[in-house]
Design a protein around this ligand. Structure first.
Ligand code: NAD
Length: 452
């Protein structure tokens, strides 16, 4: 029996283990999920909503346990894990209501005929998830899949199998057998799931793996929804409130040790305020407490040694190419990296174009708004973007020139509840949340008959 050990990235201790699913057995799991699908679908939207609604109380009850587990397995500070764990229970009812509304049939009439557009289940969904939000990412894909009447085979990240399992265990306290099945393992298990006869792959993870999945899924034209990486820009205009811009940059570059898809990775600051901005950001970064997330730190460890190495190498290369480290960037011990502010970053450096996914704020000084916009858009990615400025209309008009999928004006890029989570260009294919996002987990079907 092959087992996968889960390690605490702050200490290196073994937290627990899971049994790896043999790749030959993945199709068996899909078959079981398919056998369960008709019964699940037959409950109807209301029946499924009622059943899934019951898990809110279980998530709330286990909030503290889940938060600790997330910090121990993934490394994020306890306050961030608590917020993630809290959201699972607290937001569930609202999310279910949003999905129920999204999946109502639409009716159109014309020339004496009435067409009803139904949003039917697809069948079995394979969900493949990353480690950076180890319980909410599974929820983003599993909840709308199940609500639509699909059954699900979930493969959580090999870095956070215990969190993925804990998430599914909660749902499985109320779900009928085989409606949600967890398989464990790494890329081989992911590939086997993509090759199985699931009807859809819902994937969140890196761009490279997303492209691989899309290629592999094309053989049977499987539906894919891909939420991928980013290299998000932030523009700071000359009339911006420098203090709040620096605060936002510190929060959004260093949250979860920079391991967030919409982390601010490239900051374009107008020359006239660059000194002030850099000094405010440097001060904020150097005040952050680095350490084990269970011990009240602001910045936990990177998820593993490979990720830490990637970040430190990008910083070293940037310095060799002429960038200046204003603070941080030290690999102190184990998987820790102190939050870094780097200035003089250009697109000729790897750190200026390739996703860092680490605690690094890269500053580039620009002479004009046109230069800032052109450089912010000069990327194959397009997840989030942010503009800080004083005059709101002018700031918004700069924001409208950005090519990312989600853009924030004097705030983070994510929209209000009900809006899509959407990447442009190579940051995504399909999207989540919102009416349109929830409908991606369904088969649209049109029935037309004469009006009597
Ligand atoms: P990853 O792509 O390495 O792995 C993600 C999942 O895919 C894991 O479960 C992994 O086992 C599996 N996998 C790996 N190779 C596979 C293959 N060939 N076929 C099928 N499955 C395979 O990503 P990660 O390191 O876990 O997560 C970090 C990445 O996720 C970053 O790029 C980040 O930006 C992105 N992300 C994006 C969003 C978003 O909403 N757009 C959200 C969170 C994370």
């Amino acid at each position: 029996m092959n087992v996968l050990s889960s390690l605490n990235p702050a200490t290196g201790d073994v937290l627990g283990e899971v049994v790896v699913t043999h790749t030959d057995k993945i199709q068996d799991s899909v078959d079981r999920a398919r056998d369960a699908q008709l019964g699940w679908s037959a409950l109807g939207l209301r029946g499924r909503a009622d059943l899934l609604g019951q898990v809110a109380a279980i998530f709330s009850e286990r909030e503290q346990t889940h938060a600790r587990l997330m910090t121990q397995e993934q490394g994020k500070p306890l306050k961030e894990s608590r917020a993630e764990a809290h959201g699972l229970g607290a937001r569930l009812e609202e999310e279910i209501t949003e999905i129920v509304d999204a999946l109502q049939p639409d009716i159109l009439e014309h020339g004496g005929n009435r067409s009803t557009i139904y949003h039917d289940p697809l069948g079995v969904v394979g969900a493949i998830t990353p480690w950076n939000f180890p319980m909410s990412m599974p929820n983003w894909m599993v909840l709308p899949s199940l609500m639509a009447g699909n059954t699900v085979v979930l493969k959580p990240s090999e870095e956070t199998p215990l969190c993925g399992q804990a998430y599914a265990d909660v749902l499985n306290e109320v779900l009928p057998k085989d409606v949600l099945i967890v398989v464990h393992g790494a890329d081989d298990q992911g590939k086997a799931l993509v090759h199985s006869d699931v009807d859809m792959i819902a994937f969140t993870g890196s761009r490279e793996v997303g492209k691989h999945i899309m290629r592999e899924a094309s053989g049977t034209l499987k539906r894919v929804v891909l939420e991928l990486g980013g290299k998000d820009p932030m523009i700071v205009l000359e009339d911006a409130d420098v203090e709040s811009a620096a605060k936002f940059a510190a929060l959004n570059s260093f949250r979860n040790c920079g391991q967030v898809c919409i982390s601010t990775e490239r900051i374009f600051v107008m020359d006239s305020i660059a000194d002030e901005f850099e000094s405010a950001l440097t001060q904020l970064a150097s005040a952050l407490k680095v350490g084990d997330g269970l011990e009240g730190s602001d910045i936990g460890p990177m998820v593993n040694a490979q990720q830490r190495e990637h970040v430190l190498t990008q910083i070293d290369d940037a310095v060799m190419a002429g960038a200046t480290v204003l603070t941080g960037g030290d690999g102190t011990h184990k998987n820790f990296v102190t939050p870094a502010v780097i200035t003089g970053v250009t697109e000729q450096m790897e750190i200026g174009t390739v996703e860092t996914f680490g605690p690094v704020a890269c500053v580039t000084r620009v002479a004009s708004v046109d230069e800032a916009v052109a450089r912010a858009n000069n990327t194959r990615f397009g997840l989030g973007a942010v503009v800080f400025g004083g005059d709101e209309d002018r700031t918004e008009s700069v924001a409208r020139r950005l090519t990312a999928g989600m853009i924030g004006v004097n705030r983070s890029p994510g929209g209000v509840p009900g809006t899509p989570w959407v990447g442009a260009r190579e940051s995504g294919f399909g999207f989540h949340k919102s009416k349109e996002g929830h409908r991606q987990f369904t088969q649209t079907r049109v029935l037309t008959r004469p009006i009597r």
